[in-house]
Design a protein around this ligand. Sequence first.
Ligand SMILES: [Zn+2]
Ligand SMILES: [Zn+2]
Ligand SMILES: [Zn+2]
Length: 767
Amino acid sequence: MVLVGAKRLASISVRGVVQGVGFRPFIYRLAQEYNLKGWVRNTSGNVEIEVEGDEETLHKFLRDIETKAPPMARIEQVKSAYYPPKGYARFEIQESLSQEGKYQLVSPDIATCEDCKREIFTPSDRRYRYPFTNCTNCGPRFTIIEDIPYDRPKTTMRKFKMCPQCQQEYDDPLNRRFHAQPNACPECGPSLKLVDSDGKPLSGDAIKATSDLLKAGKILALRGLGGFQLACDATNEEVVNLLRARKRRPYKPLAIMVANIDEAERHCLASSGEKELLQSPQCPIVLLRWKREPSDVAQAVAPNLKYLGVMLPYTPLHHILLKETGLPMVMTSGNLSEEPIAKDNGEALRRLKGIADYFLLHNRDIYARYDDSVYMVEGVPQAIRRARSYAPYPIFLPFKSKQVLACGAEEKNTFCLTKDEHAFISQHIGDMENEETLEHFADTIELYKKLFRIEPEIVAYDMHPEYLSTKYALKVGSERGLKLVPVQHHHAHIVSCLVENKIEKPVIGVAFDGAGYGTDGTIWGGEFLVADWKNFNRVGHLENVPLPGGAVAIKKPYRMALSYLYKLFGGDFSLKGLPLSNVSPIELDIIKQQIKRGLNSPLTSSAGRLFDAVSALTGIRQEIGYEAQAAIELEMMAPDETGKIETESYPFSIVENEKARIVRLSDLILAVVQDVRSQTAVPQISLKFHNTVSEMIVRMCKLIAQDTGINQVALSGGVFQNRLLLRLAVAALKKEGFNVLTHRLVPCNDGGISLGQAVIANFTSGE
Ligand SMILES: [Zn+2]
Ligand SMILES: [Zn+2]
Ligand SMILES: [Zn+2]
């Protein structure tokens, strides 16, 4: 028999991001609301609570902990146990309890909340137009933390002493700035300084002057949360082109920031899922379908593309600037081409000189570099670049992991450190092709090790001997006597997809990307694996073709077109009627020789290169200005969906040798050549080609399923950023009864590799 109204004591432990996010005041208010007595306190690992009340009220209290938690809290686990009551007289917030060796999750930086936004736009408020306004529900976290526990002296805010008013807010449990470590106001907090490109200060209101300069068509370097952003008027074709020239970024799309969701919809189509993501506390860049008419955003922002990277303001400074200029702004990372984002004032003045006309500096130091995150929504949000507001929140592993450092790949590098059930994937580090990025990589590894108390025993790395991340792993691993585990690139892709979907059993892995080092010395990239967390078997792949001239063939897709033609049909193949006439007879001869004799022409089964070849063959793109440009523009040429799935496709065949099944491509290439010669519309060729690649995937998967009885398919690799191919392949596989796994939390591109490496190393490193 349950005694109605009988009092009990609930002892509750909450794990996750629950410190520095207004969690204790939330519990305090909740306890008041339900008239419960007891206490709440932080420990080194958790938040602990004891409350007394009747059972029904305690149940409601427990439910509300999960459903009404403050916006920045991320609850991983709530444990509760019941005891006889102790007779507490009131509810209180107790002193923190520190426990040796425990660690806590660190909150990412979060976009300005509605309450703070209201304050900065209220003329009578003491934080009116104050660009560093924040509270426990929003503002900087990860970018200012040097160590845990998360207290002001361990952040870059320590040099600002709070004024009495700020201190009062900080000390009041019912205030939304209770223990808000970055709390500040114009009296006591950080401030802005506008300088010209020589570092000479400009007088007057820095924000007003910045707005005026932006409206006048100038390029500004703005110091933000995790580094500098370069900003300019996105409707001004001339300044956008100037920014591209100075940044040495001729084609790669730039992101824009717009004032609010209505503005976003003025320029782009946005589904409800896309709108939700745009307005989320994470506030990432979301790739939206661009309405070129009637949008007045300059064509040069995203040349030849259907999608526009759009984000909403996520700092008070952004909100004020967007409002006061009334313009959509280009907002792009403050760096030159492939270097890491600049974060310090002096560094920016040095590195961005010649790019920015003026610099809006501030004096709140940035500890961790942090680029904007990029997402697309295909049914569900999918990460393309995981950085601001996502890292360092971990991916939860479906097992307890050893402490592993996985060094990731070369392009779009991230690393991953594991401990317990946590995989701490770093924020986007960048392309590891220069010293600056390598240094950023090494520094960030040390920061994560310190924050999460991780001392790796195993180091995982890509098999490619020339990757800087591989060289780092070998050096550090041997210096510190750690166990070294090489991991095959495409195996890592597939396992990253398996782990985030919490699938342990072997699957058919389709790994389509540009390039990854194969175990047979060739370059892989159109792979069909049977894989699990431990092992893989390469059961199929696209036909090998030479990469004439090596890396130069990636920059010049026409070389790939010629490679397919000459490899598959011989050196006498006529180029008549094909858009390859720009190639000089001398270069043509060199390419033929390279292919014939295998000179500097490694073999590749890359799906990315097949897209490049078709893009060049159809005259879409012969040389590229950014990674995958030819393939992306080929995708963009396909006609918009009409609602029905297109069924027309090109022929291809599948053969089997003793090792694997091979997709033979000569029929496909010849059919494309015929379509080009007969002047079939390019959009039709593009759609037919996409259908064909989708069919390749399905037919191969069906054969592999017959061999193995596996009906689960994981799609990974950068090629699956191609939304048309992804949609076609997922639909076609599902139609055949396959269960299809795709990425959501980590990118399908090489930014997700480190997660797969870490898991594989954990399971193959021996006992
Ligand atoms: Zn706030
Ligand atoms: Zn103050
Ligand atoms: Zn890859």
